[in-house]
Design a protein around this ligand. Sequence first.
Ligand code: MN
Length: 747
Amino acid sequence: MDTTTEFLEKERKDILNAYRSLMRVCYPISNKSDRKEIRKAFEYSLEAHKGARRKSGEPYIFHPISVAKIVVREVGLDPTSVVCALLHDVVEDTFAELEDIRREFGREVEVIIDGLTKISGVFDHKSSAQAENFRKMLLTLSDDIRVILIKLADRLHNMRTLQHMKKESQLKIASETLYLYAPLANRLGLHEIKIELEDLSLKYTEPSIYMALNSKLKKNKRESRYYIQSFIRTIREKLNATGLDFKIKDRFKTVYSIYAKMQRQNIPFEEVYDLFAIRIILNSSTPTEKADCWRVYSLLTELYTPNPERLRDWITIPKSNGYESLHVTVMGPRGRWIEVQIRSERMDFVAEKGLAAHWRYKENDSTFDNTFNKWLGHVRELLENPNMNAVDVVREFKTNLVTEEVFVFTPKGDLIKLPADSTVIDFAYEIHSRIGDTCIGAKVNNSVVPLSYTLHNGDQVEIISSKKQIPKEDWLNYAKTSKAKHKIKDGVKREKRIIADKGREIFQRKARKFNVDEHSEEMKELLAYFKIPSEGEFFYLIGARRLDMEKLQAFIDLKKEGKRIPLEAEETGRKRLETKADFEELLRTKTGKDSDMLMIGQDMDFSDYRFGHCCQPIPGDDILAFFDPDQGVVIHRTNCAQAIQAMSNFGSNIIKSKWTEMHDISFLAGIRIIGEDRQGMMNSLIKIISISMKLNIRSITIDSQDGMFEGTFKVFIRDTSQLDKLLELLGKVSGVFSASRVEVGSG
Ligand code: MN
C-alpha cells in the first residue's frame, strides 16, 4: 500500500471509532429502533459531507459526530436530537434538500433541521446580518426548543476547535459567543456549557491574560487542597451524625469569572477572595428536600458563623432559569470567608442541565414550566414588535438574558419578579400598560417614592396614577425592562402624533394663505431650510410650539416674492465613508500600498481613525480596528466591552490592523497605586516616573485615609513594555501594596 491509501484507511477507521463512541454514549437513552435511526443519520451525513474537510484538515463528519455527543452527554437531549445533530449541516452545506430529510427521517426531524438551517443563514457582509441571523434563531425558540439547544452544542464544538481558524474569525466568533451564546446558555440553565463558552471566549480574546490567570488558579488549587479537605471533614462529621445521605464537592471559580470580578471591582487576582465554594448535595426525596436543606444550613451555622448579608435563598423562590439552591457564606478557619451551596440531587441536576433537564422531565415540573413560559412570552413579544430593527432586538434580548432578579409584591400580596435594578415604572408596566401610561408615583412600603425609585427585594408596591398623566420620554432613562421601554416608546409616539395633528391644522391654516402645499417641492425646501428630517417632525414642532414661527414667516415671505432660499451651510465636499470597503479603498489610495492592513503608527498621518475612549489602547495591547459607519474607524483593546458588543453586531466590520514601532508618539495611561500613607511616598513615586523613567505626568489624584494611600497618575507612555517596566519599579517602592493599570476615562 502507498502512503495515501494507508492514510485514508486510517482515517476511515478513526471515523468508525468516533461513530462507535457516539453509539456507546447513546446506548442508555435509546432503544433498538432509535439506534437504527441514528445509524441511518450517520451514514447519510457521512455520504453527504464526503470529501469535505474542516479547517483543521480532518474529514467534516467528525464535527457532526462531536455535536451529537455533546447533545447527549452535556445537554441531555433525546435520540431524535442525536439524529438532528448528525444532520445539522447537511442541508446548508451539501446537495441534500429538506424534502430528502423529510422522506428519510420524517416530519419531526425535518422541522428541527429546517430551524437549524434557517438560523445559520447566509453571511452577506451587511452590517446587521449577524443580528438578523440571531433574530431568526430566537424566532425558532417558539417552535422547538431543541433547535436552540442543538445550536448551542454546535457553537460549543466550534469554540472547542477554534484554534484552526484565522485570528479575525476567532475574535468575531469568540466575541459573539461571549455576548450572546454564553448568556443564552445561562438563561436556559445550561450552566456547565455557559462557563465553558466564557472561558474559551476569554482564551481567544485575551490569550495572555487567560494563560496568566489559569496558571495562578492552578497554583491556588494546589495550595488550598489541604485547607478545603479539613473544612469538608469537619462538616462531614457533623452531618454524618444526623443520618442524612449526602455528597460534598468543592467548586473552583472559572478563569472567566475571576477575570470578570477583577474587571468589575478593579482588583488584582490576589484580592479575589472567594476562589472556591463547597457544595453539599443531599440525596433526599422531593417532599422533604427543602426542609433538609435548611436543616443542613442550621447545622453548618452551628459550626461556623454565617454572614447574614450573603444568604441567598433560591429554594423558596427559584430563579427564572429554574435554578434552585441555598447559598450561605461562613467564616471558616483562619478568618477566611467560604461560600457553601446546599441543594438536593434534583436541584443539582436542574442547576447543571437547566432547561434540558426540564425538557426531559417536563411532566413533573410545573413551576419551572410557568416561569420559563413567561420568559418565552416576553421574548416573543419583543420579536414581534415591528418597530425594532435586528440590532435593537439583539440588544433588548441581551438585557432580557440577565438572570439577577428582584422580588416585589402587589398590595394584594401577589409576587412579581423583575430584573434586578428595576424601578417603579417597570413595575407599573408589568402590571398593565394603562397603569404604566398614567402613573405618577408609587407608595413603597407605605411611603411615597418617585417613578425612578429602584425596587428592593420584598418591597410592597402600590402605584399612584392620574388620568391627566401621559407617557414621558424621560421615563426611558430609568425604565429597565424591555416591556416598559416599548410601551413608553409606543405611548410617546402616540402622544407625539396627537400634537403633530394639531400642528398640521395650524400649518394648513397658514399654508393656505401662503400657498405652501404638503408634499410639494416647496415643502421639501422648507424641511431642508429648517433641517427637519420629516413632515411628521415638522408638524410636531409646530404643534408643540417649538418651531421659530418668525423664521417660518420669513421663509414664507421670501417664497411669496419668488426668491431663492439660501441654505445656511452648504455641504462640505468630503466624501462620507459608508462601508468598511470604502475605508480600505481609501487606505490603499492614501498609503499607496497593496495591503488593506492598517498599520497603526505608520499610517498615523492618515487621520480617519481614532482610539476608543472606552479602553484607551496603547502600543503592545491586543487590539482590533473596527469600522463603524457613524464614527469611522475606532481602535479598541480586544477585551473592551464596547468592542465585544460592536463585534457581535457587526463582526464583518473588523479591519486588519497592527501596531508598528513608534518612538515619538505617546499614549495616555492610568496607573493606580495603593500603599501605606508614609512620609515621602509621593516624592518616591514621582521620582520613579519622571526621573528614572523620564515620563511626562499629565495629572495626579491622591487620596489618603486611615493610613492608606491611594493615588491615580495619568502618564504618557510609549507602549506596554514601558508600562510594565514602570509598574514593576513602582511596585518595588517600599510601602506600595499594588501598582496597576486602570482605565483613564475620557477626561
Ligand atoms: Mn455545525
